[in-house]
Design a protein around this ligand. Structure first.
Ligand code: ATP
Ligand code: SKM
Ligand code: MG
Length: 168
């Protein structure tokens, strides 16, 4: 949470000339309520089901190359990781110091239900690390701007593509 998936994802899509979809924004649009309200009114289990269905719908409707900003817990569900893998998605973990994430989420107080209590957020973040790190690529956000982070991702993707090209 707060690593910049939505911000960097949008910038990355622009740089690549790809479409961009933000999974949380899609949930807000289809549910007609903020994420915090879905948690409050229907509970986390319901949110996770809605999140999974939204990811499936997005993947089924892709019209071309697309950057998808997942929610902070999307990749934690095994069924979502399986789905992304089956569809050939390149998964990228934006890794950052907890203090940076905390500061950013604190500035948007109330919007992330699982970041309300600092110690619970810290534990959740630590517990999730092994799964986040199973993404195909890990990018350290450091203190860099969205522009700098997306530049690194573009360069990494270009390098991977040139390495996987069949030599003549
Ligand atoms: N590289 C950056 N430098 C400075 N501020 C940033 C950077 N990336 C994102 N931010 C800011 O940090 C906050 C959180 O970013 P963002 O919403 O993109 O995170 P997220 O990973 O999508 O969070 P979530 O897991 O809740 O979806 C926003 O206010 C955003 O403007
Ligand atoms: O880390 C999480 O579990 C979440 C992160 C946000 O993106 C939202 O998807 C929601 O607040 C849950
Ligand atoms: Mg986001």
């Amino acid at each position: 949470m707060g690593s910049g998936k939505s911000t960097v994802g949008a910038r990355l899509a622009e740089r690549l000339g790809w479409a961009f979809v933000d999974l949380d924004a899609e949930i807000v649009r289809t549910q007609g309520q903020a994420i915090a309200e879905v948690f409050r009114n229907q509970g986390e289990a319901h949110f996770r089901q809605v999140e999974h269905e939204a990811l499936l719908r997005i993947l089924n409707m892709l019209g071309g190359p697309t950057v998808i900003a997942l929610g902070g817990g999307t990749f934690i569900q095994e069924r979502n990781r399986d789905l992304l893998c089956q569809r050939g998605a390149t998964t990228i973990y934006l890794s950052g110091e907890f203090a940076v994430l905390l500061e950013r989420c604190g500035a948007e107080q109330g919007t992330r239900p699982l970041a309300q209590d600092i110690e619970e957020f810290r534990k959740l973040h630590a517990d999730r690390q092994p799964i986040y790190r199973s993404a195909e690529l890990t990018v350290e956000i450091g203190n860099r701007s969205p522009e700098e982070i997306s530049s690194e991702i573009v360069a990494t993707l270009e390098k991977r593509n040139s390495q996987s090209a069949v030599p003549e």
